[in-house]
Design a protein around this ligand. Structure first.
Ligand code: MN3
Length: 204
């Protein structure tokens, strides 16, 4: 699916079955996370935009890039729920039952060039994930930097590029399986990362 869609925004289907990430992320989490959490962001985003007709023709990424121009009454709702919709629409695609392993090609080379090795990249990204206080996300950017954002914010809102890869470290993403053990969730997540999709984004 395309995350850069327009009002009325809709919940994309998962690109695989709820139970397909198996031992890494359970079907119970995927059902709750996709059907309840993501769906709520979509509903609340639509509620916000329905009251601001000037925003209705704009793609989601434009809304997020131009938060400062959005009417005060709906800006926070668009930020939180538009961010939630954008982030999760990509997050489902950043995982795959056939995921894991290491990125190849030019992307793999750039990651090694920037971070020393694939393992050092994983370690740095994972440390940043553990360092997010409360709820937020970790991102790999096209310039190979690793950044974090709180809540449902993302680099696009800060004037940055669209991320190549992102990890949801909200407790709702892992609590049912891992309770408070975020480190175990992050470790398991690497085994489902869809590097093919990341490479497609890198190539643009
Ligand atoms: Mn989430």
């Amino acid at each position: 699916m395309n995350a850069s869609n327009n009002y009325p925004f809709t919940l994309p289907d998962l690109p695989y079955g709820y139970d397909d990430l198996g031992e890494h992320i359970s079907g119970d989490i995927m059902r709750l996370h996709h059907d309840k959490h993501h769906n709520a962001y979509v509903d609340k985003l639509n509620e916000a935009v329905v009251s601001a007709p000037a925003l209705q023709g704009l793609p989601l990424v434009s809304l997020l890039r131009n938060l400062a121009t959005i009417p005060d009454e709906v800006r926070t709702a668009v930020r939180n729920n538009g961010g939630g919709h954008y982030n999760h629409s990509l997050f489902w695609q950043w995982m795959s039952p056939q995921g894991g392993g290491e990125p190849g090609g030019e992307l793999g080379e750039q990651i090694v060039r920037a971070h020393g090795s694939y393992q050092q990249f994983v370690d740095t990204f994972s440390q940043k994930a553990l360092g997010v206080f409360g709820s937020g996300w970790v991102w790999l950017q096209p310039d190979m930097t690793i950044v974090t954002t709180p809540n449902q914010d993302n680099p696009v809102m800060q004037g940055g590029d669209e991320p190549l890869l992102g990890l949801d470290v909200w407790e709702h993403a892992y609590y049912l399986d891992y309770q408070n053990r975020r480190a175990d969730y992050v470790k398991a997540w690497w085994d489902v990362v869809n590097w093919q999709f990341v490479e497609e984004r890198y190539k643009g």
